[in-house]
Design a binder for this molecule. Sequence first.
Ligand code: NAD
Length: 261
Amino acid sequence: MKLLEKVAIITGSGRGMGKEYALAFAKEGAKIVVNDTDDISISSTIEKIKEIGGEAIGVVCDVSKSDSVKDMVSKASERFGRIDILVNNAGINPFIVPAEKINEEGWDRVMDVNLKGVFLCCKEVGKIMIKQKSGTIVNISSQVALFGEYGFLPYAVSKAGVITITRNLAYEWARYNIRVNSIAPGFIAGGMNEPILKKEKIVEGLATRVPMKRFASPKEIANVVLFLVSDDSSYINGETIVIDGGMTGFYPVSFLDLIKK
Ligand SMILES: NC(=O)c1ccc[n+]([C@@H]2O[C@H](COP(=O)([O-])OP(=O)(O)OC[C@H]3O[C@@H](n4cnc5c(N)ncnc54)[C@H](O)[C@@H]3O)[C@@H](O)[C@H]2O)c1
């Protein structure tokens, strides 16, 4: 068991990828703090953790609100006495629209959850990890932070900021034996993509952008996050691992294919 007796807070783990990470960590012996904005989704993750013999508590918290984050972190440390792992997974992409149609309120909400939320959780958990002189943090960015896409501006900006938070905190907190890394997934067959997964044409169209011609399974992403929070990655710090089947940085149509035409 790679995470025996470790305590992990996973934000937004009531469903989707956060739930996947929670179950993967629990199978490796971690005690989980399940967070989301509602009790119902939290309970469903806790039930699954208990089914596999794991231990978990649930804390309702909106990661964009500092008082709410402070309350979550104090409940976690009261219950378990320490926090070894933080996965900043909670994230939203509520609208996909051209830049000229984005309203100020929508922009602010995406920044509040995806960017400020990561900072607030790092800050509060970081205080405990600094005292412990140990800890590992994984922030969930996105491939879209590294590539131009149509209609994703606030989401992409927030996820680029997540990479910058990662790099800076990795530098600041290495002196306290805290590692901070992030992942930048491409298309995952789960989580916020759930609504499009049955739409074959969209899925096939998106998959043509990927050299591997398919979406990632949730497990393929969870395996990397597990690696980053475990001692298997003990010398990796400040890194962003792109998990996108090779999509970033390749031309959709190859030179050879074009000159053959
Ligand atoms: N699914 C993908 O293809 C994909 C690709 C790249 C990155 N990501 C990132 O992975 C993370 C997880 O996404 P997912 O696909 O599982 O989406 P999801 O919508 O299924 O899950 C996100 C979870 O975060 C919770 N959440 C939202 N706002 C919150 C808040 N203010 N406080 C606490 N919890 C909150 C939601 O209730 C939900 O349970 C996100 O950060 C997302 O941007 C997903």
